[in-house]
Design a binder for this molecule. Structure first.
Ligand code: HDE
Length: 682
């Protein structure tokens, strides 16, 4: 029997479509009569080599996988639209920013960095935030991260950084984790990593959702207007739901409960019409301001705090369409920082300059051909034409003989092909002079002031998370000299941080490392703290409602409605999913208790009779459900019947433990003040 839906080549230049209900054929269009049995000699005899249907099917299957990305292998994509809300023609000639209301289609790929394509979604890691804008002047790829700085200053260190963080070369573990010898060895020897490392040890590296992450272009780029005037710019995405993160124990438990937590979260939100949105903002500054700063704007390990150069919101992005096919849109999408449109230009940041080569190069190894731009997800949505020809998997059929330029074929009445135009991309002219040297600028030499700025911008609780993350990671480092060296750097960031980490490791503090440039005290930036900028909304958050036999159906219905009305997503959980008799009717649950631990929800409700609660005190999944919700600093709403289960889980009442009516409001927050009761932080 034929499959319901399958892909067919249309024979018109490689375009494929999904169609249904038509004849199943081979890749060469021969109709297949039987897709269940191979061709054999006799009913129980050997299979025949002649079976082209079998051979083609297995041949194709054998080659279905392509190399995964060397970094950012695990990612999730969504389509959407960028809209210009505050045009900036005075700053850039880029057409996507020219008019208020102008819309540009986009695809965004969010990713982890260190893990393989099949690894988990919630390790401690930087997240990629790569956007391809299909502008009417060609594709612009803003290939950013959710952390505004990077580990290294020069592209030549990238292979070393990545080798050190990936699973160790001999043993092949750990997967998707920085907590091991080689990563911290590299960090301890390269103090330029420390700013990004302190961000990675903070809650930024355990995001609650892709929908709740900021995005940063990281490097200084340039904007160039129609008069050729140029300014520096840094690009920022700001999630409308605010930045939200997990707590560490929760993120670790999620890895067991749902490998695909972030991918599922994004897909389900879009499928439900709950489209994630971001503001797009620029930080624009000129050379004079750059020269006045105590750090170098070409150094990708530095931020420019919002308090120094404010953000100007110029656009918004909505992601409203899920991919139709994971391979075609996620595995095959190719982002290139070298894709810029007229009006956007590169700075001399040595990390950016190296990236301009790497991403084009890697596509040949991953997608196998220089014609990767013809893959539908990568092709520009505006016309494109040039004299580049042929190559593996060429799918276009250019006509005529104009495959060189200049030519005068038009004088013979032939099509001369495309020509360069005045409207084309012009590199912003810059005077460059200097000796050819393999050297790092001295202005890149302060590695401690900005990590100190970050540390001092955090709440007390956020600082405790950072110190505890250092303790956790370094506790997994077996090489004592490496731990010592990391501690010696932490002293230059902040003595209190260093002392707390040393105490957490039960180690003595070593001498402070000798800095190349002595750190200075930069003013803290409120904008960097997640907790100080928390948006108390239920929109985008999920509430797990546990019920069991005999629960009050009306109370569950009321809660489901209240959560939905407030923009949240209710999810009902019971020991059995198929339908349970309740007071007031029968009810099916969305998930079974054993497969729906509370780490998957932002808040939980317990709607239980006393009898059922008593019974659940003997079910470790139910006890852990409540204990973990409390330990993960979540709101717990409950009725009177749930008390035996709360007692068994050792719940001490606080402002996050409420009755069912107060839960929708309480569920908009996390209860950080509870943390010292449930965890011994560094
Ligand atoms: Fe990347 N990076 N990177 N990177 N990067 C890749 O390109 C590289 C850097 C980032 O979802 C690779 O197509 C070098 C900074 C994202 O497909 C590779 C250097 C930032 C993604 C590569 C950097 C990023 C990548 C692997 C130092 C934030 C995923 C596959 C000079 C601004 C894109 C690929 C996607 C992917 C090289 C540093 C972000 C190997 C050499 C800084 C979001 O080419």
């Amino acid at each position: 029997m034929a499959q319901k839906s399958y892909s067919t080549g249309t024979g018109n230049g490689g375009e494929t479509q999904q169609r249904g209900g038509e004849a199943l054929t081979t890749n060469h269009g021969i109709a297949i009569s039987d897709n269940q049995n191979s061709l054999r000699a006799g009913a129980r005899g050997p299979t025949l080599l002649e079976d082209f249907v079998l051979r083609e099917k297995i041949f194709h299957f054998d080659h279905e996988r392509i190399p995964e990305r060397i970094v950012h292998a695990r990612g999730s994509v969504a389509h959407g639209t960028f809209e210009c809300i505050d045009p900036i023609p005075d700053l850039t000639r880029a057409s996507l920013f020219a008019e208020k209301g102008k819309k540009t289609p986009v695809i965004v790929r969010f990713s982890t960095v260190a893990g393989g394509a099949g690894s988990v979604d919630t390790p401690r890691d930087v997240r990629g935030f790569a956007t391809k804008f299909y502008t009417d002047e060609g594709n612009w790829d803003l290939v950013g991260n959710n952390i505004p700085v990077f580990f290294i200053q020069d592209a030549i260190k990238f292979p070393d950084l990545v080798h050190s963080v990936k699973m160790e070369a001999d043993r092949g573990y750990p997967q998707a984790a920085t907590a091991h010898d080689t990563f911290w060895d590299f960090v301890s020897l390269m103090p330029e990593t420390l700013h990004t490392v302190i961000w990675a040890m903070s809650d930024r590296a355990i995001p609650r959702s892709f929908r709740m992450m900021q995005g940063f272009g990281v490097h200084s780029f340039k904007l160039v207007n129609a008069d050729g005037e140029e300014r520096f710019v840094k690009f920022h995405w700001r999630p409308r739901l605010g930045v939200q993160s997990l707590v560490w124990d929760e993120s670790a438990k999620m890895q067991g409960a749902d490998n695909d937590y972030h991918r599922r979260d994004l897909y389900e939100a879009i499928a439900a019409g709950d489209f994630p949105e971001w503001d797009f903002a620029v930080q624009v500054f000129d050379q004079e301001l750059a020269d006045s700063l105590p750090y170098d704007v070409l150094d990708a390990t530095k931020i420019i705090p919002e308090e120094v150069v404010p953000l100007r919101v110029i656009g918004r992005m909505v992601l409203d369409r899920n991919p139709d096919n994971h391979f075609a849109e996620n595995e095959q999408v190719a982002f290139l920082p070298s894709n810029v449109v007229p009006g956007i230009d590169f700075s001399d940041d040595p990390l950016l300059q190296g990236r301009l080569f790497s991403y084009l190069d890697t596509q040949k190894s991953r997608l196998g051909t220089t014609n990767f731009h013809q893959i539908p997800v990568n092709a520009p949505k505006c016309p494109y034409a040039n004299m580049m020809r042929d190559g593996m998997m060429q799918t276009q059929v250019p006509t005529g003989r104009a495959n060189y330029e200049p030519n005068s074929l038009d004088q013979a009445g032939e099509d001369p092909g495309p020509r360069a135009s005045d409207a084309g991309f012009v590199t912003a002219p810059a005077a460059v002079q200097g000796d050819k040297l393999r050297i790092r600028a001295e202005s890149f030499g302060d590695h401690y002031s900005q990590p100190r700025l970050y540390w001092r911008s955090m709440t007390e609780n956020e600082q405790a998370h950072i110190a505890s993350a250092f303790v956790f990671e370094l506790s997994k480092v077996a090489l004592e000299h490496v731990r010592n060296r990391v501690l010696s750097h932490l002293r230059n960031i902040d003595e209190d941080l260093a002392a707390r980490v040393a105490k957490g490791l039960a180690m003595d503090l070593p001498e402070a490392a000798k800095p190349f440039r002595a750190p200075v005290d930069l003013p803290p930036s409120e904008a960097l703290s997640i907790q100080k900028n928390w948006q108390a909304v239920l929109k985008g958050r999920k509430v797990g409602i546990l019920f069991a036999e005999g629960s009050d159906k009306a109370a569950i219905d009321r809660l489901v409605k209240a959560v939905t009305d407030a923009g949240g997503t209710p999810f009902t959980i019971a020991p059995k999913v198929g339908g349970i008799a309740l007071a007031g009717g029968e009810m099916k649950a969305d998930g079974q208790l054993a497969g729906s631990p509370s780490c998957l929800f932002d808040a939980v409700a317990l709607v239980l009779t006393e009898d059922a609660a008593r019974k659940l005190t003997r079910d470790s999944a139910a006890v852990a459900f409540v204990m973990d919700a409390f330990a993960h600093l979540k709101a717990i709403g409950h009725d009177a019947g749930a008390q035996p289960l709360l007692d068994r889980a050792g719940i001490e009442p606080d402002e996050g433990v409420t009755d069912l009516g107060a839960l929708p409001e309480a569920a908009t927050r996390r209860y950080w003040a509870r943390e010292p009761k449930v965890r011994d932080l560094a």
